[in-house]
Write a protein that binds this ligand. Structure first.
Ligand code: ADP
Ligand code: MG
Length: 389
């Protein structure tokens, strides 16, 4: 018997095919032996508690708190360098925090190294093993676990079917497209029925159409398997379209974690407001009681303006919430139009020089070509009030 702590969970990582900072080890780890039957049918709960990690003068994680619920697909979204990959590697066991904890189903796994979080299977690769065909790539972890050949081939073929490539088992990586290779990588990560799936920008090197297909495919599989999934991306559209919840990271911290709709409609900070979707910034004046703001000749109610914000502020509103009408004495002018299909985005210059984007139906926009004198207003309360920039 060993006195080592039992592996608390299993982790599967699908790294991006060509991410410059992500060329790290990919790991698929086995489910604990006692847990084979239930693995991947019950998603694990993952908690990051006050994770801090510095690399020399760089603070990669600055007190990251985050909980991923069982069976949830949570997208970790943020600009390059904000600490997403570092957070993912903490969960895989490749990285140890300076302080803070990683809990899986309530168990502290922070100090359990990667090779003991899994059942002894780590492979160093950020894409498929080039000398193995697709079937053997998928079956690799099973082989490491000494699963018999017939059984691992049966299982690999099952997984190839699951990712939509039932006839590709004999092909080598160079005979597969990028999208197919990522499907194989996904099958490989799922082969050992991990309870947590980690995906680090798995779609970023693929072309647009393949990316869209694979988005749907990953989401379908993830829901079918009920597997708790942490999906790292810097692409807000990808995060919003795939995830149950999106955690927006900024400089090593979590700014907000919410459903895509909440995040979009009620961003907690100006950073989130401007990172997710398109946002206008317009000058306004916040009343002394912080309850209303004056802009565009209107007085509008505002939500929870910070106490230190009074007087001159910036007011944040989405293009689809900006109203533009012809004429009026405001002195605003349409300076450009961008046809988007059903809608058209107008660029309007306010008399003070501020540029505002407004989305109108293409039908309505047709009456407001560039050069038209217009009036800009906000029919609703703005999304956020922020310090003047
Ligand atoms: N092994 C390392 N050595 C030095 N700096 C690192 C290392 N890993 C990450 N960093 C730095 O930590 C920050 C966060 O990196 P990372 O987690 O890869 O960000 P993201 O995945 O969000 O782009 C970056 O400034 C990066 O350069
Ligand atoms: Mg990264």
């Amino acid at each position: 018997m060993t006195t080592d702590p039992a592996p608390a969970t299993s982790v599967a990582a699908v790294p991006s095919p060509a991410g410059p900072t992500d060329s790290s080890a990919a790991v698929t780890t086995a489910a604990p032996a006692t847990d084979k039957s239930t693995a991947s049918s019950t998603g694990a709960t993952v908690q990051f508690v006050g994770l801090r990690r510095t690399f020399g003068a760089t603070t990669a994680l600055d007190g990251l708190d985050l909980t991923v619920n069982p069976g949830e697909l949570l997208a970790l979204l943020g600009p390059s360098g904000c600490g997403k990959t570092t957070a993912l590697r903490m969960l895989a066991g490749f990285e140890t925090p300076d302080s803070g904890q990683v809990l899986v189903d309530g168990e502290d796994v922070t100090r359990i190294p990667a090779h003991r979080r899994d059942a002894g299977m780590v492979f160093q690769s950020y894409s498929l093993f080039p000398h193995l065909n697709a079937r053997d790539n998928v079956a690799f972890g099973l082989k490491m676990r000494k699963t018999g050949k017939a059984e691992r081939h049966r299982r690999a073929d099952e997984l190839l079917e699951l990712v939509g490539l039932p006839t590709h088992g004999d092909r080598y990586p160079h005979q597969l497209s990028g999208g197919q290779q990522q499907r194989i990588a996904l099958a490989r990560a799922l082969a050992l029925q991990p309870r947590v799936l980690l995906l680090d920008e798995p779609l970023s090197a693929l072309d647009a159409k393949v990316r869209l297909n694979l988005r749907e495919e990953i989401r379908r599989l993830q829901q079918e398997l009920g597997i708790t999934t942490l999906f790292v991306t810097h692409d807000q559209e990808e995060a919003l379209s795939m995830a149950d919840r999106v955690a927006v990271m900024h400089a090593g911290r979590m700014e907000q974690c919410d459903t895509p709709a909440e995040l979009y409609a009620r961003p907690a900070t100006a950073f989130v407001a401007e990172f997710v979707g398109t946002m206008n910034r317009m000058p306004g004046a916040l009343a002394a009681d912080g309850q209303t703001v004056e802009l565009l000749g209107q007085r509008l109610p505002v939500d929870s303006a910070a106490a230190e914000l009074r007087g001159e502020v910036d007011v944040l509103a989405r293009p689809e919430n900006v109203l533009v009408t012809a004429g009026g004495g405001q002195g605003a002018v349409v300076t450009g139009t961008t046809f988007l299909g059903a809608s058209t985005r107008l660029t309007v210059q306010l008399p003070d020089g501020t540029t505002v984007k407004a989305d109108l139906s293409t039908h309505d926009a047709a009456a407001l070509p560039a050069g038209t004198g217009v009036t800009v207003s906000l029919p609703e309360r703005p999304v956020l009030v922020d310090a003047k920039r």
